[in-house]
Design a protein around this ligand. Structure first.
Ligand code: ADP
Ligand code: ZN
Length: 217
């Protein structure tokens, strides 16, 4: 089954998609991670998008659509996927509906205050892409990934100025997708305000029901 994880920056898309990937065995495809990997590798694409991403602007649609479509074409994505961070604009949503249409769009609803609180304390693992938070979701050992044992880093765009711009960009360019998906009847809203454990508890049940699966515990 094909799920889009939708919501503001900091809504919990990445965290929930990672949990769902483990639980349901579907690949987690994050457009932001695809770009950050390109930046780490200093590939031509990475060099092209580094500055845009650092200041919290969107990458142009043509580049974004290309990198995501390439990833969706790989064999592990043939039987379903969890998309995180894509689509973010109407042209991106249209492109997806043409090449590999989603079954459901999970809309994680959170307030602006929560978004700012989460993003300004966020810490990332560069190896596995998991995210932590200094107070809301600290790793077991300060500043070290629980799974990889490597030091965490702060994303370049998790600074006050870029966070503000990303929220504004979300409002103007991405939020209108809610109507687009509502009209396609694939939108499934869920309250994303709680902590990661309680949101996941609810989402796990919801996704299992959508997939017609029986959960064991
Ligand atoms: P967040 O949801 O916290 O903003 P992401 O990791 O999804 O973080 O994205 C980080 C940045 O990567 C975005 O601010 C944007 O610059 C770029 N990006 C990611 N996905 C897209 C997309 N679908 N379209 C355009 N730019 C994107
Ligand atoms: Zn890790």
């Amino acid at each position: 089954m094909r799920f889009v994880f939708f919501g503001a920056p900091g809504a919990g898309k990445g965290t929930m998609a990672a949990e769902a990937s483990k639980e349901f065995g579907l690949p987690h495809i994050s457009s932001g991670e695809l770009f950050r990997a390109a930046i780490r590798e200093c590939s031509p694409l990475g060099l092209q998008v580094k500055e845009l991403i650092g200041r919290g602007s969107l990458v142009p649609d043509d580049l974004t659509i290309k990198i995501v479509h390439e990833r969706l074409a790989s064999p592990d994505a043939a039987n379903g996927w969890l998309l995180d961070g894509f689509p973010r604009t109407i042209p991106q949503a249209r492109s997806l509906s043409e090449i590999d249409p989603e079954d459901y769009v999970i809309d994680l609803e959170v307030s602006d205050e929560k978004v700012i609180e989460r993003l300004s304390g966020r810490r990332m693992c560069g190896k596995c892409g998991r995210s932590y938070h200094v107070t809301l979701k600290p790793p077991k050992v300060a500043n070290i990934c629980d799974y990889c044992g490597v030091p965490l880093y702060i994303r370049e765009d998790d600074n006050v100025e870029s966070i503000r711009r990303r929220i504004e960009t979300y409002r103007v360019q991405t939020a209108p997708l809610v109507d687009f998906y509502r009209s396609r009847a694939t939108l499934v809203p869920i309250d994303g305000e709680g902590d990661a454990t309680s949101v996941w508890h609810e989402l796990r049940i919801l996704m299992a029901r959508l997939m017609g699966l029986q959960l064991v515990d």
